[in-house]
Design a protein around this ligand. Structure first.
Ligand SMILES: [Zn+2]
Length: 401
């Protein structure tokens, strides 16, 4: 299976310059072909495929005024085209919005799809040579690719994707249903007990600091040195906010994954929710990130992450008798089932329903072979029970923002 390790790297001055050129060329290639494929689409009704773009790029590099495109490794620029093609595919399958032009002021990243290695605790990259790195753990497996990124606060990171054949032993633990919400971030029902975890609100916590620094930024003269410094200071606060959130979610997902072998959650449409009034709260809570973390951690350790269809009425069903309460709306936190008179806490009831539904999904699939035993229920595990998220995506720089 594939695994990702993200490490901080410390390029020297020369390497920084070389990286800056590669970031620039890669960004140029993206923007150039995004524009070109848009124009071609308007004229002919057809965009460009990766093959067409790659062929075109080879010709472009030969032009005397585009010779600078030959400085970075060719593979890095081709990767940029592959990413562009993927962005279009994602757009056409309605997973994301239309590809955007890249700006040199946001986070920069390039991917080396080959020829990367680790030498005496440092990272060896094509054309750059050995780059100083701090590894938190060792990479034992073939390196597939390395994505190097630079944050807006001038830190460099490398996300190393590698193949590992470390055997994951069958995971043990409970089966839990988790309900996500803004009042309590997660409500966990493990078959016996139910507990809630309160959300953190980093955006709210740092709002004042952010406001003060943004104000100070707005007073600076455009193009001045002071303004550039102030931009960095604002970026630092944003970095602090996202680090606080990621750190909290890493710890929480670690605890959940340690306790459970199966976690059942609702398949939320995070993008859809983020367009609603609740947007800030949802972004702050980091639902999508939490589910990603749980998913890849469970995956790595041989557990299962089950996603229940988001149209499953997890809140409206009575977890005791199955009666459906259609009168329930978001403001009702507690209700009494008209059929069996049980008093329900909204979130707890939902987590109970999700757990039961997850077990149903697992046990009605018959392809698998692993027998699971948790709190009395025997469940067959299957390979195709839920949409698996690819672990390599989770810690890629684009999603850790
Ligand atoms: Zn009932």
């Amino acid at each position: 299976m594939l695994d990702v390790l993200k490490v901080r790297i410390y390029p020297n001055k020369e390497q920084e310059i070389s990286l800056a050129k590669s970031f620039g060329c890669s960004r140029f290639v993206w923007n150039f072909y995004l524009n070109k494929t848009n124009t071609q689409y308007q004229e002919t009704g057809k965009g460009m495929t990766y093959c067409q773009m790659a062929k075109d790029l080879t010709q472009l590099k030969k032009l005397p005024d585009h010779g600078w495109l030959q400085e970075p490794t060719a593979a890095v620029l081709q990767q940029s085209l592959i990413n562009l093609e993927t962005a279009f595919k994602n757009f056409f399958s309605k997973r994301t919005g239309f590809p955007k032009f890249k700006s040199k002021h946001s986070k920069q990243s390039i991917r080396f799809p080959e020829s990367c290695s680790i030498k005496s605790g440092n990272l060896k990259l094509p054309k750059l040579g050995l780059v100083k790195a701090s590894f938190s753990k060792s990479v034992n497996g073939k390196i597939k690719s390395v994505t190097v990124s630079k944050t807006s606060t001038d830190k460099y990171f490398a996300a190393i994707l590698f193949e590992t054949d470390e055997l994951t032993t069958a995971k043990t633990g409970k089966i839990s249903g988790i309900d996500l919400g803004l009042n309590s971030l997660v409500t966990v029902f493990d078959g016996e007990n139910c507990y809630k975890i309160a959300p953190i609100k980093p955006t709210r916590k740092y709002a004042k600091r952010l406001r003060i620094r943004q104000k100070s930024l707005s007073r600076k003269v455009k193009g001045s040195n002071n303004r550039r410094k102030a931009v960095k200071v604002v970026a630092k606060v944003h970095e602090k906010i996202s680090n606080t959130r990621a750190n909290f979610l890493h710890k929480l997902s670690r605890k959940l994954v340690d306790d459970n072998q199966v976690i059942v959650a609702e398949n939320l449409c995070v993008q859809g929710l983020a367009r609603t009034k609740l947007a800030v709260g949802i972004h702050d809570a980091g639902f999508g990130m939490l589910l990603n973390f749980i998913s890849y951690k469970l995956d790595r350790e041989g557990g299962k992450f089950v996603q229940v269809d988001r149209f499953f009425p997890s809140s409206k069903l009575c977890s005791c008798c199955g009666h459906k309460n259609d009168l329930l709306n978001l403001s009702i936190r507690e209700w009494i089932c008209s059929s069996c008179q049980t008093t329900h806490d909204r979130d707890e009831n939902a987590s109970r329903n999700l757990r039961a539904e997850g077990i149903k999904i697992l046990s009605t699939n018959t392809v698998g072979h692993t027998e699971l035993q948790a709190c009395g229920e025997a469940v067959r595990l299957v390979g195709t029970c839920a949409k698996k998220r690819v672990s390599q995506k989770q810690e890629s720089p684009a999603t850790l923002r």
